[in-house]
Design a protein around this ligand. Structure first.
Ligand code: LMR
Length: 475
């Protein structure tokens, strides 16, 4: 007797008490019968619990296939391509001139120190490594910033630090994404109904983060396709139009994906408007030191807001500037008007973190603490960061020159030189970006972003050919 493998079939089979009776009922004629025979007859225990293992209809039938991630999915597609000229300009990860991943020398040195010391692998506190939290806030705000200075109070004749007047709640996060996600959870819990304003366009993961945290968001204008520059008036108008007390997500430096940053004067105006509207600035700082080559220059936007005494949030990442992509090391800092508020905010951040991931990983935190806390390694790090930022600047320049040489219609490519950081926003649309990948094996995100950190001087000409072809021959 032929049978198909359905739950109904199984119910019938389960009513037969012995393996032999089941064998007779199944017969020998088709594949599904054979599947059931294998799973039912060879089963040692024939209790009902054991038999249900053989059900081949999944409980997860209604789960649809997720699309590949628009950024990290590009790397998977790149790996599958065997073309010799293939180029991965999708993910923002630094490569050497030979297009190999780069582990910084200071990172290796810090790891050696950790090995020599024989550091253990005990759990960190929920807020992370204290030495890391201290240096990360110092790096961001500047060591002499009043908001992170700890004041001593005299308890008795003996000078005792009984109360630290830190106005910043800093906790270690799982790099930029994890830190943003924690802040999003804080917003969801303590600012119900508040809106986050996000630049248009923005980094591909920002919307996912706020969607998953169930925080409402809308966009403010940022990119002007006509000038391939900043739509400053649009940005200001949209920030003004947002409900009072909204969170305004700002890229501290090297805006991702456009590479277009406001000028210092424009930052002042942005701060004016945010203050007028009682909004809360929320910075994403993923490239400190990596954009300009200077840690201080790249933190100037955040410091300008902090110097005005504003309350603000800042997510930090060490993926790019220390090349610690896989260590997932970063932080969320919440600057409050009072030390008391900062203490309470910190306690709630810990409360949110505990059920999400319990406590953060230690390895990356120790590397950062060792590099930033050691004057010799710190100075070596700055040199290496300048070297990386310098290589990116030089391929940017070479790509621009190659485009100018190959351009026959007079199109102006100078916007590429005005952008900063590891990305260039080419202005290519989705069809043109598809052509870059399908015809030229150049992997990039579909919004027209290319990571110059994944480009070598040797491949600038090839890339320029691909861009010129895609721009002029694909509509
Ligand atoms: C990028 O924008 O490419 C990086 O920030 C990597 C990522 O996580 O998306």
């Amino acid at each position: 007797m032929a049978m198909s493998a359905t739950p109904a079939t199984l119910n019938v089979l389960l009513s037969f008490p012995s393996p032999n009776q089941r064998r007779l009922h199944l017969g020998t004629s088709n594949q599904s019968s054979s599947f059931l025979r294998t799973h039912l007859v060879n089963t040692k225990s024939f209790s009902r619990t054991t038999m249900t293992v053989a059900v081949n209809a999944s409980r997860f039938e209604n789960i649809t296939m997720a699309p590949p991630d628009p950024i990290l999915g590009v790397s998977e597609a790149f790996k599958a391509d065997t073309h010799e000229m293939k180029l991965n300009l999708g993910v923002g990860a630094y490569r050497t001139e030979d297009l190999q991943p780069y582990v910084l020398n200071v990172v290796k040195k810090a790891e050696n120190l950790m090995l020599e010391r024989g550091d253990n692998k005990e759990y960190l506190p929920i807020e992370g490594l204290a030495a890391f939290n201290k240096v990360t806030a110092e790096l961001l705000f500047g060591t002499d910033n009043q908001i992170i200075l700890q004041k001593k109070k005299r308890k008795s004749v003996i000078d005792v630090c009984v109360f630290c007047s830190l106005k910043v709640a800093t906790i270690q996060g799982l790099s930029g994404t994890g830190s943003l996600r924690l802040a999003a959870a804080l917003i969801e819990r303590y600012f119900p109904g508040a809106k986050v304003l996000i630049s248009s366009p923005t980094w591909g993961n920002h919307k996912n983060i706020f969607n998953d945290a169930r925080v409402q968001w809308s966009e403010y204008r940022y990119y002007d396709p006509n000038t391939v520059g900043l739509d400053f008036n649009g940005m200001i108008a949209d920030i003004k139009a947002a409900p009072d007390g909204s969170f305004i997500l700002l890229h501290g430096c090297a805006h991702n994906p456009t590479g277009i940053d406001p000028t210092p004067e424009q930052w002042e105006i942005i701060a004016d408007v945010i203050q007028e509207k009682n909004h809360i600035p929320f910075f994403d700082v993923a490239y400190q030191g990596f954009a300009s080559g200077s840690l201080d220059t790249d933190a100037s936007s955040v410091r300008l807001f902090a110097a005005r005494g504003m309350e603000l949030l800042v997510a930090q990442s060490y993926s790019k500037n220390l090349g610690l992509y896989a260590e997932r090391i970063g932080a969320i800092n919440v600057v409050c008007s009072t030390a008391d508020a900062a203490t309470r905010v910190k306690s709630q951040l810990k409360r949110l973190a505990r059920p999400m991931y319990s406590n953060p990983p230690v390895h990356g935190a120790r590397i950062v603490a060792n590099v930033v806390g050691n004057p010799e390694l710190f100075s070596e790090w700055k040199d290496e960061m300048e070297m990386m930022a310098g290589r990116i600047k030089s391929v940017r320049q070479k790509l621009y020159s190659s485009l100018c040489t190959k351009e026959k219609t007079g199109k102006d490519w100078s916007f590429i030189l005005k952008q900063i950081g590891m990305f260039s926003f080419t202005g290519l649309n989705k069809a043109q970006s598809d052509n870059m990948t399908n015809k030229w094996h150049v992997y990039m995100t579909k919004d027209g972003r290319i990571s110059l950190a994944g480009l070598s001087s040797a491949k600038c000409e090839y890339l320029a050919d691909a861009i010129i072809d895609s721009y002029h021959n694909v509509s």
